[in-house]
Design a protein around this ligand. Sequence first.
Ligand code: NAD
Length: 463
Amino acid sequence: MTDQYQAFAQSPIGKLLIKNLGLPSPQSLDRFESSQPVVQGEVLLGAAAGSTLSGAIAQVLHNIHANSYAGNNAELQQAAAKVGLSLRAFNSGDKESKFKALVFDASGIENSEQLNELYNFFNPVARQVRASGRVIVVGISPESAKTVKQAVAQRALEGFVRSVGKEFKKGITAQLIYVDQGAEDNLESTLRFVLSPRSAYVSGQVIRVSKADVVSVDWTKPLAGKTAVVTGASRGIGEAIAHVLARDGAHVICLDVPQQQADLDRVASQIGGSTLALDITAPDAGEKIKAAAAAQGGLDVIVHNAGITRDKTLANMKPELWDLVININLSAAERVNDYLLENDGLNANGRIICVSSISGIAGNLGQTNYAASKAGVVGLVKFTAPILKNGITINAVAPGFIETQMTAAIPFAIREAGRRMNSMSQGGQPVDVAETIALFAAPSSSGLNGNVVRVCGQSLIGA
Ligand code: NAD
């Protein structure tokens, strides 16, 4: 769908009017294109005294050939030198330099007094971040802190990051990565994602990295040799997911209801994938998915994207609308997962990725059925993650306002509010959801399990 306001806002007259009237000014966001470097511009690295993750962060910056800078910080210089990252000198009085990313290792912060290290690093450069820039804070999971004071200080990072996401504008995103004890070598896929334009519409998020086997990949084709099933793949977000997973090297089996066969064929032929016409509420859906993937060497990734809305206030809702939404959005995914997990239907290191919604986090008028189903998806991820074996993981994305046929059906005034009420002042694109799903799908994301990442431009609705 086109966003006419955004197009107008980028015209000379639009810019003038928007500035004078104080209206939201949506930035055209950088988005990933193949063969681009992970970060297009300079990265400024900082660290609190006594931090333990600088080596792992420097290693990633080294791997992606980032043009990296740091202030006068001997500990940090040492950690970088150890992994062969050369840091150019930056003097915080220099107001001319601009950065595409600011990355701060906050793992050394042990109590609330030391939170001023955040202030000391970010305050002098707060106006020096380029459009579509990145602010990234890396801390330790409060649960793995050694003292209550340390846990409190690490938890405080969330409020800082979420506020930066709301303040910096110009399409700049802010994220917090919590790293569990011993999980520093699992950081790479997440750090690459949040640094790159793949995370264009993800902001104000907390991603938890846990300790797991480290899996190396070809970063240009992380899904090479893998087979993925995407439900609801004939259009909208599902179509974008199919394209992105295929771009990353997967063979994608595009699944949708039989009535969508023509569109399914179109998507599958564009990406060299195959099709599976199936209603996911069918009792044998799990079996059919397993059988379709068997011909491709078994299933590595399943994306539960198919979903519907049937909005009515609770007082006006017919029971069949309630049942239909819960069944398609939640129960079907549960049944398919159960079948695959109980019947060896998912290869070792398999990936289950669900699609929730910010409605499931915040609730929404007219969506008791939909919000219940999508909150249930959050529960499905949270309570399944700890019981998975064989390196299998489960995670979810929770999209906010994404420009698709689903949101095109929303009445104009509500649609316009949904589009603007976020830190990016615009709706997201289906590809933004797909890129986040690709992060979870990658074999290198073995340390991501039980995460729910919102793809909502830091919507004001919800947590
Ligand atoms: P869409 O309506 O454009 O596409 C959904 C697809 O799912 C359709 O192709 C449909 O045929 C398929 N589908 C529906 N029921 C099915 C069934 N029983 N079996 C197999 N396939 C079935 O929707 P979309 O906007 O692309 O949304 C995709 C997912 O993202 C949904 O789960 C939705 O709830 C979620 N979501 C979307 C937004 C948004 O802004 N568009 C926001 C939050 C969450």
